[in-house]
Design a binder for this molecule. Structure first.
Ligand code: GLU
Length: 451
C-alpha cells in the first residue's frame, strides 16, 4: 500500500472519531498520532483489522461523570465536575492518575486515558488504562478546602474503584497531600486498608521512589537514547519546563548524571539560571512548590537570575529538552527554535507536550525524540510496583525499586527499537512506542472475545 493510501485510511478513520466525539480536540490529536503510525501495521496484520481493534481501543469501556459538592472556608457551597474514564482493562485493572485543574474536561481526560493504555502496556506490567479528575483548581485553596473537596470526590468515586478494578494515582494538581485525603475517605467508607490508590505516603503503603519515578525514568530514557549514538548526559545543557513533581526529579537525575539544568517554569513564566540548578537550589524549589505552594518567580528573586513572565523556556539554547509541564506546551515555532539552537534530544515527562507540528519538526531534523508514553512511563511503572508491594504486604528498598525502574525504562527503550523504523542512527520512537504498546493490548482483546 502507498503512503497516500495510508493517509486516506487515516483521514477516514479520523472523520469517524471526530463525528463520534465532537469537540474533544486533545482526544482527536492523541488518536490521530497513534492511528497514523499503526494503520500500516494493522494493514499488514489483518486479524487486528477484522476484529476492529483500533476502533474498539478508541472507545472507553466506561465513562463515569459525577457531581462534587463541597463547602469552602467561607461556608459557601461549591460544585465541581468529577470524571473517571475506564478506558481499557484487557491486560489488567484500569490504572492511571487523577488530574485536578480548571482545564480538565472530557476530551482532555479521554486523551490522557487513551495514552495511558499504550503507556501502561509498554511498562511490561499488567495494568489497563484509565484516567480521571476534576475541574477543581487547588491553586489558592486552603488545606481544609482541598480536604473537603477530596472527601466529596472520593465519596462518589469509591463505589467505582478498588484494588482489583481501578487504581487511581496522582497527575497535575494531585500529589501526596491529595492522595492522603482521598485514601482516608476511601478507607472510612469501605472499611478496607488496600492498595486502591498509588502514590501513597511511605508509612501507609507507598513505594519508595514513586515520587521520583516519572522524572528519573524520563532521564533514564534520555540516557538510553543517547547511548544509541555513543553519547551520555555528561555536560549536556538541559531545559526543563514545569516545576512540579516530574520537573523536580528530572532536574535531580539530569544533574546527578552530569547534565546542567538551566530552566524551570510554571503557568506564570520561566526562570533561566545559566549556572545550573544544583542540589541546594533544587531543595529551595521543592520547598517553594511542595510546601509553600509559591510561584517560580521567587527563585529568580532569591538567586538573582532572569525571569521571563508569560514565556516558555524553549528559546534558551540547550542540548536536551525535557518538557515536563503539560499538553501542547511545545508548538511548531518552539520546536524550530530548539532545532536552530542545536538541541539534539527531547524526552517528554509530560503527556503529549509536543504539538503534532512540533513532532514533525523533530522528526524531519532527525533528532532523538522520546514521546511521553514511552519516556514518562516510569511513574506508572513504579505505581505498578507499589501495587505489587501492597498485594505482598511488603516493601522493597530504594535500591531495589530504582533498579527495577531502570530495567523497565531499558525494556521500554528496547521495545521502541524493536518496532520503530530505523534509518542510519535515527530511530522512530513514536511508531516504536505506539506499535509496542498496541500489540499486547490488541492480542489480549482478541483472546478475550468481544460479543
Ligand atoms: N499520572 C501519571 C501518568 O500520566 C501516573 C499514573 C499512575 O501512576 O497511575 O502516567
Amino acid at each position: 500500500m502507498t503512503n497516500n493510501a495510508y493517509d486516506s485510511l487515516v483521514k477516514e478513520f479520523m472523520a469517524k472519531i471526530i463525528a463520534r466525539n465532537p469537540g474533544e480536540e486533545e482526544f482527536h490529536q492523541a488518536v490521530e498520532e497513534v492511528v497514523t503510525t499503526i494503520i500500516p501495521f494493522v494493514e499488514e496484520n489483518p486479524k487486528y483489522k477484522a476484529a476492529k481493534i483500533l476502533e474498539r481501543i478508541a472507545e472507553p469501556e466506561r465513562v463515569i461523570l459525577f457531581r462534587i459538592p463541597w463547602k469552602d472556608d467561607k461556608g459557601e457551597i461549591q460544585i465541581n465536575k468529577g470524571y473517571r474514564i475506564e478506558m481499557n482493562s484487557a491486560i489488567g485493572p484500569y490504572k492511571g492518575g487523577l488530574r485536578f485543574h480548571p482545564t480538565v474536561n472530557l476530551g482532555v481526560l479521554k486523551f490522557l486515558a487513551y495514552e495511558q493504555v499504550f503507556k501502561n502496556s509498554l511498562t511490561t506490567l499488567p495494568m489497563g488504562g484509565g484516567k480521571g479528575g476534576s475541574d477543581f483548581d487547588p491553586k489558592g485553596k486552603s488545606d481544609n478546602e482541598v480536604m473537603a473537596f477530596c472527601q466529596s470526590f472520593m465519596t462518589e468515586l469509591s463505589r467505582h474503584i478498588g484494588p482489583d478494578t481501578d487504581i487511581p494515582a496522582g497527575d497535575i494538581g494531585v500529589g501526596g497531600r491529595e492522595i492522603g485525603f482521598l485514601f482516608g475517605q476511601y478507607k472510612r467508607i469501605r472499611n478496607e486498608f488496600t492498595g486502591v490508590l498509588t502514590g501513597k505516603g511511605r508509612e501507609w503503603g507507598g513505594s519508595l521512589i514513586r515520587p521520583q519515578a516519572t522524572g528519573y525514568g524520563q532521564v533514564y530514557f534520555a540516557q538510553e537514547m543517547l547511548k544509541t549514538r555513543g553519547d551520555n548526559m555528561k555536560g549536556k545543557i538541559c531545559t526543563v519546563s514545569g516545576s512540579g513533581n516530574v520537573a523536580q526529579y528530572a532536574t535531580e537525575k539530569a544533574t546527578e548524571l552530569g547534565g546542567k539544568v538551566v530552566t524551570l517554569s510554571d503557568s506564570a513564566g520561566f526562570i533561566y539560571d545559566p549556572n545550573g540548578i544544583d542540589v541546594e537550589k533544587l531543595a529551595f524549589v521543592m520547598d517553594l512548590k511542595n510546601v509553600k505552594r509559591g510561584r517560580i518567580k521567587e527563585y529568580a528573586d532569591k538567586y538573582g537570575c532572569e525571569y521571563y513572565e508569560g514565556k516558555r523556556p524553549w528559546g534558551i539554547k540547550c542540548d536536551v529538552a525535557l518538557p515536563s509541564a503539560t499538553q501542547n506546551e511545545v508548538d511548531e515555532e518552539d520546536a524550530k527554535t530548539l532545532i536552530a539552537n542545536g538541541c539534539l534530544l527531547v524526552s517528554e515527562g509530560a503527556n503529549m507536550p509536543s504539538s503534532p507540528a512540533a513532532i514533525e519538526v523533530y522528526q524531519n531534523a532527525r533528532i532523538m525524540y522520546g514521546p511521553g508514553k514511552a519516556a514518562n512511563a516510569g511513574g506508572v511503572a513504579v505505581s505498578g510496583l507499589e501495587m505489587s508491594q501492597n498485594s505482598l504486604r511488603f516493601s522493597w528498598t530504594r535500591e531495589e525499586v530504582d533498579a527495577k525502574l531502570q530495567q523497565i525504562m531499558k525494556d521500554i527503550h528496547a521495545t521502541c527499537l524493536k518496532y520503530g523504523p530505523k534509518e542510519g542512527d535515527y530511530i522512530d520512537y513514536v511508531t516504536g512506542a505506539n506499535i509496542g504498546g498496541f500489540v499486547k493490548v490488541a492480542d489480549a482483546m482478541m483472546a478475550q472475545g468481544y460479543v
